[in-house]
Design a protein around this ligand. Structure first.
Ligand code: ZN
Length: 279
């Protein structure tokens, strides 16, 4: 029996919470990474507001470790779309400063050992004007810089991967002092074999064809569900059982051999996050 790692899921205070972890375990999952997302508990106006929001995610991971047989980790950071919402409330300058403060608070939590990386951070997945794009890139590079200093990864939330942005992210990482393998491009579908991957690490949505294609291309990748834990949108995302189910299914079909299983669920997480996935 080998471990099974879901590299990206969310838990929400109004969702199934630890029960979602139990669904993952029951399907055969063993390790998981809980990514921060805005919970909207109260408006973010200061560093301590960020800390309170991020603590919700850290608490989920700590609770999962205490109350279940799963081993959970988390990443925290200001969600890219937060910039736009903060701008509405505070104006562009204060919003930008507060995002940068959020990065520092996230870095502190990594240093304290409560989180294993900064994420999900990056830039909006939809088009925004030039000024907001530039600022988002600046925030993303600051995340990479802090991560490089600490030696932790960043989990990137951006527009879909394409023929030029992967090289761009890789360059941004190098320019910021972060090794590209510690920049994890989350929410990947099927990557085109002709694209330059820039040495990044990939987190692939666990649809069968995405994973099969990543295996075929020998990409350095992990599997994720991006489960949202949103009771109002059941079925809008992959269930927490998906990574274990898909892994076993691909193994049985001979598409994923034992060596690849090892690479996806143990070696790549070790290289990207510095975590030891063991049973
Ligand atoms: Zn996510």
């Amino acid at each position: 029996m080998l471990p099974i790692f879901d590299d990206h899921l969310h838990l929400s205070p109004t969702g199934k919470r630890i029960d979602a972890v139990r669904i993952f375990l029951k399907a055969g999952g063993t390790h998981l990474l809980i990514s921060h997302m805005p919970y909207g508990l109260h408006p973010i106006r200061s560093g301590s507001d960020w800390k309170e929001e991020f603590a919700v995610t850290c608490d989920f991971a700590e609770r999962a470790n205490r109350e279940t047989d799963a081993r959970a980790y988390c990443v925290v950071g200001p969600y890219p779309v937060d910039l736009l919402e903060l701008e509405e409330a505070l104006g562009p300058e204060d919003a930008f400063d507060l995002m940068m403060t959020g990065v520092d608070v996230a870095a502190e939590l990594v240093l304290e050992g409560r989180a294993v990386g900064i994420g999900e951070v990056g830039r909006p997945h939809f088009e925004v004007d030039e000024e907001r794009w530039r600022k988002s890139n600046e925030i993303m590079m600051y995340c990479m810089k802090r991560a490089g200093e600490i030696g932790c990864p960043v989990v990137l939330h951006t527009e879909h991967a394409n023929g030029h942005n992967l090289a761009e992210f890789s360059e941004m990482a190098v320019d910021s002092g972060l090794s590209p393998e510690k920049a994890i491009k989350h929410y990947c579908g099927k990557l085109d074999p002709s694209w330059q991957t820039g040495g990044l690490t990939f987190s692939v949505l666990s649809a069968r064809e995405n994973v099969a294609s990543a295996i075929e291309q020998e990409l350095p990748f992990m599997m994720e569900t991006d489960y949202l834990d949103d009771m109002s949108r059941p079925g809008a995302v992959l269930s927490p059982a998906t990574v274990p189910k898909r892994t076993k299914e691909l193994f049985e079909a001979g598409i994923m051999d034992e060596e690849t299983w090892h690479r996806v669920h143990i070696e790549t997480p070790r290289r990207a996050y510095g975590i030891e996935i063991e049973l």
